[in-house]
Design a binder for this molecule. Structure first.
Ligand SMILES: [Zn+2]
Length: 85
């Protein structure tokens, strides 16, 4: 997935311009890095990110997955309680 260092975001491969530039700021997108590998080097200090930033999934996706898991567990508990009546 193409990475824009200027916007600090990933772009869909078909979102880039025809010559491989960022549609928002016009920088050349870095296609060497992928979402599954380590993140690209930071452009300056003060990124505020720790080692946990190297994970493949953004934190909000993990939070969503955890919330869905808790909800499903709760529904199973409800189902068992209903079935055991
Ligand atoms: Zn950009």
């Amino acid at each position: 997935m193409p990475w824009c260092g200027g916007c600090e975001r990933w772009w869909a491969p078909n979102a880039a311009t025809r010559d491989g530039r960022c549609p928002a700021c016009g920088r050349r997108l870095d296609r060497r890095v992928t979402a599954g590998s380590h993140r690209p080097a930071r452009t300056g200090p003060g990124g505020g990110a720790g080692p946990e930033d190297d994970v493949g999934f953004p934190w909000h996706l993990k939070l969503l997955a955890a919330a869905v898991a808790v909800y499903l567990v709760w529904r199973v508990v409800q189902l068992i309680a209903w079935a055991a009546r």
